[in-house]
Design a protein around this ligand. Structure first.
Ligand code: TXA
Ligand code: MG
Length: 348
């Protein structure tokens, strides 16, 4: 079979086929409302091992386990607190993962990287929920991308990097939200956000006032520090092009740091693109390419990873990405951008 035929056969909407592969301990990429997941039977060590291999994922970084109903939850975790229950009642199915106490003797060591806890999520995507229902076991699924690359929000972006290790890709077009789930842990009745996402601090404050962002969400983690979530330590979301965040008062100020013939990409929201002086750009900076991140923060969240991946094919040497305010959904967006830019930021 040639590559095109294989691709046609490997991508589809067949939920039964997806569940059958998962039951055979094989890998399936499937949609969720946040990003695509690369899934395997969370209860089988050999199946989970394939995820780590396909992603080149460090073995100390545990996976999120996806469930479709509360019976499954009760089978895998112990001592769910009132606050944790309230979070589930309010936001599940939905884009939030909780770090819970795992039941002994259920999970192979690799799913949780040997921790006493497990990250659990009930996704809000009917295809995902039906696949989990058909399997009738929890599905471990990190974001569908090779580790350190931007997460996958459509099949076309990730097919090549994962095809050799994945048996089937379930297609559901673009992911709705585009940022991975908010990850929280509740300790002593306080909700600690380990990874910000679509469910924000403000959303969680409707449950208790006692909510905080972990300090490592927006700062660089020191290599010797102890973290509540191993993923915080690893390199993330980086495209092949070197990126920097850029802070400006007036969008045209960006031009002051660009050399005339420099091949540069600018990732800006629609309102800033409108304000950019197109005549100066096309006359003086012929090698500047512009990527539109959209109108609202929701658009930016949805377009972010896709836009970072676009940079790989754009023939530019550097990308400047506009900074966002650290509030609401902006916290999740900045958490990803800071890492994609490997902590580089320029003030113009
Ligand atoms: O939206 C999402 O969460 C997507 C979709 C597919 O559901 N999944 C996802 O998985 O983003 P992943 O593996 O890319 O991110 C999981 C994060 C990592 O930062 C990991 O360190 C953290 O959750 N994590 C997993 N288990 C943990 C645990 N027991 N304690 C602390 N952090 C944990
Ligand atoms: Mg990931």
């Amino acid at each position: 079979m040639n590559d095109d035929d294989t691709k046609l056969k490997k991508i589809g909407k067949d939920i039964v086929k997806a569940a059958d592969y998962l039951k055979d301990d094989l890998l399936v990429v499937f949609p969720t409302e946040t990003v695509y997941g690369i899934g395997a039977n969370a209860l089988k060590s050999n199946a989970v091992e394939k995820i780590f291999k396909a992603k080149h994922r460090p073995s100390d970084n545990p996976l999120i386990v996806h469930i479709s109903n509360y019976d499954m939850l009760n089978d895998i975790v112990d001592n769910v607190s009132e606050i944790e229950k309230s979070i589930m009642d309010k936001f599940w199915p939905g884009p939030i993962s909780l770090i819970l106490n795992k039941k002994e003797g259920i999970f192979p060591n690799n799913v949780t990287a040997g921790l006493d806890t497990v990250a659990v999520r009930m996704p809000k995507n009917n295809i995902a929920l039906e696949i989990i229902d058909k399997c009738n076991f929890p599905i471990a699924a990190p974001s569908a991308n090779v580790s350190s690359r931007p997460s996958g929000t459509n099949i076309e972006d990730i097919y090549e990097e994962l095809k050799d290790n994945v048996s089937y890709f379930v297609d559901d077009l673009e992911s709705n939200i585009g940022l991975e789930s908010t990850v929280v842990r509740v300790i002593n009745n306080e909700i600690i956000i380990l990874r910000p996402g679509y469910i924000t601090v403000e959303d969680l404050k409707t449950i208790t006032d006692n909510v905080r962002l972990d300090e490592n969400v927006i700062t660089k983690v020191k290599s010797d520090s102890k973290v509540l979530s191993p993923g915080m330590k690893h390199k993330h979301y980086a495209p092949n092009v070197s990126c920097s965040l850029i802070k400006f008062k007036e969008v045209n100020d960006i031009l002051s740091i660009i050399e005339n013939n420099e091949k540069v990409a600018l990732l800006l929201t629609n309102d800033n693109i409108i304000k950019l002086d197109k005549e100066i750009v096309s006359n003086k900076y012929p090698n500047v390419k512009i990527i539109n991140l959209g109108m609202s923060l929701e658009d930016v969240s949805k377009n972010l990873f896709k836009s970072l991946r676009k940079l790989n094919n754009l023939d530019v040497d550097i990308a400047y990405i506009q900074s966002f305010e650290f509030s609401g959904l902006g916290v999740g967006i900045m958490n990803r951008l800071i890492r994609a830019c490997e902590y580089r930021e320029i003030d113009v």
